[in-house]
Design a protein around this ligand. Structure first.
Ligand SMILES: *Cc1c(COP(=O)(O)O)cnc(C)c1O
Length: 406
């Protein structure tokens, strides 16, 4: 692992791993296509480089939550199909329609907003209809669905919109045997049939997240929306590890020790002095804290805490996670300021994984990687999707370029 010498801490992101992970998903779900979900700065991994690497790995769609995330992709010159699925009133949708961004529609108000933007842009808007199949989060309810379809059919006929997809989202695909999974699939089938009855071609059908892509074959349809798997983490570690799924974690969070010193037995450590050294021991300071995404819930609780790899061995956090730092209890291991400390990574050198941190902190690996703070510089390694001089970067518009927003 090459820690840039000038940085106190860094998140290293392996773009080749991203591309290979997309390949692993593709092989699993083919002939369905893969939408790489790159919302929230690509789960903390860096939006644009990860999007390019995912496309280089065979993703044909990109998915984001917000319109501004889709426009950031366009500004970077990425012309691949992009879907943005959270619309809120007041967002100017004209730049998105002009840039050929697909927009999700789940209600009468958002359909009208998209239609108004299409008319102003002078071009048909591309929409994906979202139906709620049982999660009660986004999507038109079964009661709202027929009226939405009638309105969509009218706007398709008028040339305002083109329906490119119809989609829904699972509540519990990480528990494939949960009865809700079959119930949601049945509700989706009913919604698709209803669309056809209302004269609306559903377009690309998509319901699967990473967990469903791997564990619910009937849910793959035409396209799967894979997020976590792209980053190399298992969406259901109890069912299969990432390695068993052919995935490699793309992110390594690392730092350099800032301070190392010997303390006697009985020393209280960090805020609240919740940790007391049992023997004479060596303490080391890692310059990463909850301001950088190290979960405060991974503090010492009297039994366990998050573990950081120093000098080939994992050492526990002594006491509480602070905003900018944690203290490790190294015992009698030797270490010096400047030594590398691995918070999490693929695990190949014995370091903890994002799954380990999720366990200790009582959360999920999605949150562990996504929360890595903006203060931590991202350094991308590998070559997948990296534009080289004279070469068209992955995702560059093939034909007439979409209008790029300012
Ligand atoms: C975040 C998200 C995904 C990706 O989920 P993973 O579990 O990370 O694969 C897919 N679809 C929607 C609508 C999402 O919000």
């Amino acid at each position: 692992m090459d820690l840039p010498p000038e940085l106190p801490a860094v998140a290293l992101v392996d773009l080749d791993a991203v591309a290979r992970n997309v390949g692993a998903v593709r092989r699993r779900v083919g002939p369905a296509a893969v939408m790489a979900v790159v919302k929230a700065d690509a789960y903390g991994h860096g939006l644009v480089p990860v999007a390019r690497a995912a496309l280089a790995g065979g993703a044909t769609w990109l998915g984001v939550a917000h319109v501004h995330e889709a426009l950031a992709l366009r500004r970077a010159g990425i012309g691949a199909d992009v879907l943005a699925w959270i619309l809120t009133p007041g967002t100017d949708l004209v730049p998105a329609v002009r840039a050929g961004v697909d927009l999700s529609v789940a209600a009468a108000w958002s359909l009208e907003a998209v239609v108004a933007a299409a008319r102003e842009a002078g071009r048909r808007a591309r929409v994906h209809l979202e139906v709620d199949t049982g999660m009660s989060r986004g999507g038109a309810s079964p009661a709202e669905w027929p009226a939405l379809l009638d309105a969509v059919a009218d706007h398709v006929a008028a040339g305002d919109v083109e329906v490119r997809g119809t989609w829904a989202h699972f509540a519990s695909a990480d528990v494939p045997a949960d009865p809700s999974v079959t119930a949601q699939l049945a509700a989706f089938e009913a919604a698709l049939a209803s669309a056809r009855e209302h004269g609306v071609d559903p377009g690309l059908r998509h319901h699967a997240n990473s967990a469903a892509a791997f564990f619910v074959p009937q849910a793959r349809y035409d396209l799967v929306r894979a997020g976590l798997a792209v980053y190399g983490l298992s969406p259901a570690p109890d069912l299969a590890t990432g390695a068993e799924l052919g995935l490699v974690p793309a992110m390594t969070l690392a730092a350099r020790l800032a301070h190392v010193r010997r303390v006697p037995a009985g020393a209280g450590v960090s805020y609240g002095l919740t940790y007391t050294t049992a023997t004479d021991t060596t303490l080391a300071l890692v310059p990463l804290g909850y301001g950088d995404g190290v979960p405060r819930h991974a503090s010492w609780d009297g039994r366990r805490s998050g573990e950081v790899l120093v000098g080939g061995a994992r050492h526990r956090i002594a006491g509480r996670v602070c905003m900018d730092q944690v203290v490790l209890d190294l015992g009698d291991a030797t270490a010096a300021p400047g030594d590398a400390a691995l918070v999490f990574g693929p695990g190949a050198d014995g370091e903890a994984t994002a799954d380990d941190w999720a366990q200790v902190a009582g959360t999920i690996s999605w949150e562990v990687v996504t929360r890595v703070g903006a203060r931590v510089p991202r350094r991308h390694t590998g070559t997948a999707g990296v534009p080289t001089p004279g070469q068209t970067p992955a995702g560059a518009p093939a034909g007439a370029p979409a209008e790029v927003p300012a």
